[in-house]
Design a protein around this ligand. Sequence first.
Ligand code: FAD
Ligand code: N01
Length: 548
Amino acid sequence: MSDAPSKPALDGVETASTLDAVIVGAGFAGLYMLHRLRGLGFSARVYEAGSGVGGTWFWNRYPGARCDVESLEYSYSFSEELEREWQWTERYASQPEILRYLNHVAERFDLKRDIQFETRVTAAIFDETANCWTIHTDRGDRVSAKFCIMATGCLSAAKVPGFKGLEIFHGKWYHTGHWPQEGVDFTGQRVGVIGTGSSAIQSVPIIAGQASHLFVFQRTPNFSVPAHNGPLSPEVIEDWNEHHAEYRHRDRTSAFGINFEMSTKSALEVSPEERQRAYEERWRRGGFSVVGAFADLIFNKEANDTAAEFVRSKIRAIVRDSAVAETLAPRDYPLATKRICVDTGYYATFNRDNVTLVDVRVTPIEEITATGLRASNAEYTLDSIVFATGFDAMTGALCNIDIRGRGGAALKRKWSEGPRTYLGIMVAGFPNLFTITGPGSPSVLSNMVLSIEQHVNWIADCLAYLREHQFANIEATVNAENDWVAHVNEVANFTLFPLANSWYMGANIPGKPHVFMPYIGGVGVYRQKCDKIAAEGYKGFALSAPGS
Ligand code: FAD
Ligand code: N01
């Protein structure tokens, strides 16, 4: 395969070069993909819109940002040396620590020399005659590559709602997913946070500690469980160092890619006392563990109601004002069918005198004004507005690129009624285009670093296979794609997930089709399927020789 290097383009200058692969994005996925391809002797270049590596952890610098999968698990497992030399300090690492880690990885494996920063890929066009992808960037690059690998992230297309009047606001406004690198000090300010998803739930307690007054504008309350974050003890670290191979294997074969002890009992088969004990014990442990308290919580509404009521009772116990507690208590969707949040002091923040919860279901936001925000019943004077309003998840970053496959067909058009993929890795009609953690894979329903490693390894092995067997192209067949989409839906409909208006369903973006996008069959089961398909000579994919 070609190893011709090419120079980065200057503004407005076009370069034409042929690489084996272009990778878009330099987060966890893009970095490891580059490392694997290099190891196999492929030439590859990464284009990254940001000015540094890290992806999610480069952009989301809002106060309180940290992972909610435990640090020891939310990290790469591909290098034993890396595993041994990096020491996490907290149960849930903060954004700065994860960003330091990713910079360490980039430097340790000498990745930055093949990454072109501050360069956004605008189009990727499949040239059927030359049998390659042409990638266009906003800096004028035009590069051809045999393979195009999208590592663009599932939660990277930040969404600011189209409120009337934002352009006339005299104060400052921010989106949590595009936080200024220099940080923001809200000391003494009147601040409005719009949204109550994970980003808000992490940032609200900290902003409340700085602001003179904080208004939290809530449309839908979220279920949140305590993180019980803290320093990692020497015993925990020692245990991990000794047993991580075993723990990583356990995670890879599990349902969600994390140490998630799942009870085998139904919530409905035990006594109320036993149920309460189980929930209390999980609440004490913290993190996602409450969802594993019983085997049927994500399948059976009645069972789920018992867990949801338990969390509501905790909210009532923490929040002193009973009306505020009731407003914070979710009722209209089952627990965990929107991503459950993991917090440090979120509900207790509403006991502070300088914090006001505004229910925008009752009093909708009408417009942003020069001095703040007008809801239907009141005007709020604000110095700063924080949009914690989420992302055009899973498909947003891909559809923001003009991706054209065979016959000039646009991916965005193909996905206009919901994403269609085979395994979440490839799309029929788009040969040699790969999507890491794409829709139709476990992706956002899992420990994403683990799912990223699985996809990257599968793609790297696939490219090596094609080279070894002298195939030029790989493409998902329409039949395989149809069967996979049907399977993804069938499994989702077995659960309570489709009952929530969540971003998993595309429900947070006006006009986006309501389709459950990730695959909930479990990461262990999914991995087996992917491995079997590869072992059977890439069943469901059409492989073709050069020129055929
Ligand atoms: P990203 O990290 O999103 O990186 C994608 C990169 O692609 C970005 O840098 C972006 O700039 C770049 N890009 C996109 N489009 C283009 C383009 N057209 N041209 C050039 N560059 C482009 N997951 C977990 O499993 N556990 C957690 O605890 C967890 N915490 C999270 C906390 C926050 C605040 C958020 C937002 C997400 C969290 N996630 C978590 C999900 C997280 O996104 C993944 O875990 C992981 O970081 C994704 O890595 P990635 O490389 O696939 O994508
Ligand atoms: O975004 P979200 P997020 N008017 O979409 C509200 C990961 N993550 O950035 O629910 C008023 O969850 C919206 O209301 P509603 C994690 O996977 C992880 O918080 O649509 N409100 C909702 O309350 C997470 O799930 C961590 O009714 C509006 C909020 O904004 C994902 O990223 C931390 C509105 C958006 O919540 C996204 O989380 C952060 C409008 N017009 C993120 N539009 C960890 O803890 C939207 N909202 C690891």
